[in-house]
Design a protein around this ligand. Structure first.
Ligand code: NIG
Ligand code: FE
Length: 405
């Protein structure tokens, strides 16, 4: 039994209410046992049974739930700093991709890398993510684009889950782009995904979700429909990279298929958003991708006005978002996404958990959930996100255990 006392403000981030309802408790305490929250409330009401618990003093810090990064491409070979330089010189993300760079360049490096190399690299990145308070991470494949290499990436995630206390949520993204050997034979690659990859991955439980990049340079809406319907038949839940560079009808498809989330959405139409709202599809904003590809940011206020819940994630990958700094993504969600710090915190916690169907387990500080939480050196969350820079993290707890810094 453990208790954390003397919390100035506890932002519980429970689901009820709207995007801005954080359900804060002042002068709070929390208690946990075997890695799960057991009691949450005003310190003055802490039940007697906790008198004998191991007690930690929060010294008046504020406390928020562990952050949920619901969209990353964590396992990849190589990096692409050359493309970063090219973009500063004015070349666009799409031009670079068309010239053989972009996703395909990372596919080459990922195919070349051994399982152990990929594992060591992803594990070291994951450790850094945990230190900044990320306690649940969705992780996509999509840099293998052939059977053995997609499986290799998903097995890296499986091993990460075995070795780390944080929650790893694996997603199959075989439909990230068409691999070079299927250039001119799109249907051949789609058949491989549908007939071989999805059935194997679902049977081996290597992924919970199936994602797809719906975009001119990747897959059409009709191709996506076939792939995601097959995924659903095998028990994988659909997710989409939608309407990032053009309005390609991705949001509408997400609604039609009952996808759990549609991510990016910078070019989404009002009709697409209305359909997402009607079907309770969570929108995931990825402002680091806008920052690095010099694209307009998604105005998340517009989404809230149309009734869509917004989550925020890093999109961490070696090309369009080579940073896992979720705090930066949150600050940009305030400044460019036009959400308040409160709305943004809900986006990075319980709504982000909802975008990966993990809201029953994590994303808020409530009895019965994993004891993942962060102590912050800031008087409140407005100050935390406004005075950006320099870590304000005092400590991070995963399943009730303090992470060594
Ligand atoms: O989410 N949009 C497609 N996929 C990634 C980019 C991957 C890459 O550039 O390697 C994204 O932005
Ligand atoms: Fe992505």
């Amino acid at each position: 039994m453990h208790v954390l006392k003397n919390i100035s403000i506890l932002y519980t981030c429970r689901m009820e209410g709207n995007q801005e309802s954080l359900h804060p408790v002042e002068n709070a305490a929390i208690a946990w046992c075997d890695g799960m929250f057991e009691w949450v409330g005003k310190e003055s009401e802490l039940p007697k049974k906790y008198d004998t618990a191991d007690t930690i003093d929060a010294n008046g810090k504020i406390v928020i739930p562990g952050l949920v990064d619901c969209h990353t491409h964590l396992c990849f070979g190589g990096w692409r700093p050359d493309e970063f330089e090219m973009r500063t010189r004015g070349e666009s993300y799409l031009d670079i991709a068309k010239a053989g760079g972009g996703i395909l360049s990372t596919v080459k490096s990922t195919r070349k890398a051994s399982f152990n190399e990929l594992y060591e690299k992803a594990a070291s990145l994951l450790q850094k993510m945990i230190r900044i308070g990320i306690t649940t991470v969705e992780c996509k494949s999509g840099y293998g684009l052939r059977f053995q290499d997609e499986i290799k990436q998903l097995n890296v995630y499986k091993k990460l889950q075995e070795n780390f206390a944080v929650e790893i949520i694996p997603t199959f993204l075989g439909a990230h782009t068409i691999p070079p050997e299927f250039k001119g034979n799109r249907q051949g690659y789609i058949d491989l995904i549908i007939h071989e990859m999805i059935p194997y991955i679902a049977a081996e439980k290597l992924a919970r979700f199936c994602d797809i990049f719906v975009e001119e340079s990747a897959f059409t809406v009709d191709e996506a429909r076939i792939i995601l319907e097959t995924a659903k038949e095998h028990g994988l839940i659909p997710k989409l990279h939608a309407d990032q560079l053009s309005d390609g009808g991705g949001a509408e498809l997400a609604a039609e298929l009952g996808a759990i989330s549609a991510d990016h959405l910078e070019k989404v139409s009002d009709t697409g958003l209305q359909k997402m709202a009607e079907n309770n599809v969570t929108a995931v904003t990825l402002p680091l991708a806008s920052l690095y590809t010099q694209q307009p940011y998604l105005n998340c206020r517009r989404l809230l006005n149309l009734g869509v819940d917004v989550a925020v994630a890093t999109d961490f990958n070696p090309g369009s978002a080579p940073s896992f700094d979720i705090h930066l993504a949150m600050m940009l969600t305030c400044n460019h996404g036009r959400l308040t710090p409160s709305e943004t915190l809900k986006a990075a916690t319980i709504y982000s958990a909802k975008a990966i169907k993990a809201e029953e387990k994590t994303g808020s500080i409530e009895p019965g959930k994993k004891a993942d939480f962060i102590l912050l050196n800031a008087p409140d969350i407005n100050f935390w996100l406004y005075h950006f820079g320099g870590s304000k993290i005092e400590s991070v707890y995963v399943k009730g255990v303090k992470v060594e810094s």
